[in-house]
Design a protein around this ligand. Structure first.
Ligand SMILES: Nc1ncnc2c1ncn2[C@@H]1O[C@H](COP(=O)(O)OP(=O)(O)OP(=O)(O)O)[C@@H](O)[C@H]1O
Ligand SMILES: [Mg+2]
Length: 449
């Protein structure tokens, strides 16, 4: 869990900030003096530091100078929109400025940007730390923390330790190839090769020799012996993508290899032991592929010993926001830019159904980034118009009875929308067309009722 430290002596402001950060899933500590802040960072640095400049026992600037800004992202809180020269000199060390009074939309945008920066640090840098549950280690390689993805990480992690064949299923663009690579990287075979074969892209006449190899002279043009993907992936992982596109007679051979652990090169008579972990994938419904005769039933049962279903993006709740900000962050890095999404833009993304899943989202972010060429904010107008809201954007239907008090109907609507956006208040308010302040007031009132 990401950690934040708030250093501010204005209790009302600090507690509003703290509530908001906590609702975003971070763990927060608040202190009101520099001395307490120094004590708080003595042993562990927070991921994010919010510092007010005017504190009872000195200036926040002095404190900031002692913090390693590569490790901790610093956000300055100031009541003065005109930033003076002392603060200006710190600009390079500071991630962002928050102006008092707190603008929650600004804060939300800032936190989104921060989370993707911090997440990117984690990818590929050996994070999460050993103290985190091993089940979550797969998120070193994939982005997304939704409950649906946590389940995927959990099973991926467990199966990675074994040599069992994995069958990845899921719509196009859900990340099957990424998941196959993650299984490999998490497995004891990670130092070996990872080879990917798209069974739909190789001609039916060649696929046999491509996979299993051939002996010299086994067919016209076979001038020399050739090792196939299975042999070249020895001690590693072979990813057979679009498995349903494999010609049926080869599916028989594949099944034999899986069952005996040995293969015959085309034109060969010597059985060669196979030392490969197999990951197969399809974006079709495999049972339908069986009934259409595209996937042999016996192979299906053999592969389906360990199926993993990659959930479509529309079932991944907050991951849409997370991934969008993550892809934006990558583009910002590549282009040396600092663009951010507005809350309204994120709302539009969050309400769309994403039939092309993560791939489509990635493309949409790229397009918006380009369209927002001269702007620092990516807004609704930059997001492609074909993005019609998903049919269920009216949410799950709610039951309202005739004669029900309006206040009660409003309460149900607000709470259901808040649940839909997983507690994200700015998105909820934006969607319902009410101000954030109104939303906060209503929620407070419901708590008191
Ligand atoms: N969880 C994720 N985190 C980061 N990037 C992702 C994630 N899932 C998918 N992507 C990205 O989305 C794109 C599509 O992913 P991928 O190629 O793995 O999908 P796929 O399920 O194999 O699709 P298809 O069925 O069309 O082959 C890639 O650019 C990939 O890096
Ligand atoms: Mg793929």
């Amino acid at each position: 869990m990401l950690t934040a430290l708030v250093v501010d002596d204005d209790p009302g402001f600090a507690s509003a900030l703290e509530d908001f950060i906590r609702a975003e899933g971070l763990s927060v500590t608040t202190v009101s003096t520099l001395e307490a802040a120094r004590n708080a960072v003595r042993h562990t640095l927070p991921d994010i530091l919010f510092v007010d400049l005017l504190l009872p026992d000195g200036s926040g600037l002095d404190f900031i100078n002692t913090i390693d800004c590569d490790r901790t992202k610093i956000i300055i809180i100031t009541a003065h929109p005109s930033i003076d020269s002392a603060v200006e000199s710190l600009r390079a060390r500071v991630f962002d400025f928050l102006i008092k009074p707190l603008d929650l939309q600004r804060l939300q945008e800032c936190l989104w940007a921060l989370k993707s920066v911090l997440h990117e640090h984690r990818l590929g840098t050996g994070w999460p730390s050993p103290s985190e549950a091993p089940e979550t280690r797969a998120n070193q390689f994939m982005v997304g923390e939704s409950p649906a993805m946590q389940k995927v990480y959990d099973v991926m992690h467990k199966v990675a330790a074994t040599d069992i064949t994995v069958f990845l299923q899921g719509e196009s663009g859900t990340g099957k190839e990424l998941a196959a690579q993650a299984v490999h990287k998490l497995s004891p075979r990670h130092a070996g090769p990872f080879l990917a074969v798209n069974c739909g892209a190789i001609s039916a006449t060649l696929i046999g020799s491509e996979l299993f190899g051939h002996e010299r002279g086994s067919f016209t043009g076979a001038n020399r012996q050739h090792k196939g993907f299975f042999e070249r992936a020895t001690s590693g992982t072979l990813f057979l993508d679009e498995i349903t596109e494999m010609p049926p007679e080869l599916q028989v051979q594949l099944l034999r290899v899986l069952e005996t652990g040995k293969l015959l090169r085309v034109g060969g008579d010597r059985e060669i032991p196979v030392d490969v972990r197999l990951v197969a994938a399809t974006n079709r419904d495999p049972e339908e592929a069986v009934s259409q005769g595209k996937l042999r039933e016996d192979l299906f049962y053999r592969l389906n010993v360990f199926p993993i279903r990659l959930p479509p993006l529309r079932e991944r709740g907050g991951d849409i926001t997370f991934l969008a900000n993550y892809f934006l962050h990558l583009l910002n890095q590549q282009q040396g830019a600092q663009k951010r999404f507005t809350v309204a833009a994120i709302r539009k993304l969050a309400l769309y159904s994403w039939p092309g899943n993560v791939r489509e989202l990635r493309n949409a972010v790229q397009r918006a980034f380009i369209l927002a060429h001269h702007d620092s904010q990516i807004d609704v107008i930059h997001i492609a118009d074909p993005l019609e809201p998903k049919a269920s954007s009216n949410g799950d239907p709610m039951r309202l009875s005739v004669g029900m008090p309006i206040g009660e109907a409003e309460r149900r609507l607000i709470l259901a929308t808040l649940a839909h956006f997983e507690g994200n208040k700015p998105l909820t308010a934006e969607t319902l067309g009410i101000s954030l302040k109104t939303l906060y007031n209503r929620l407070k009132q419901y708590q008191e009722d």
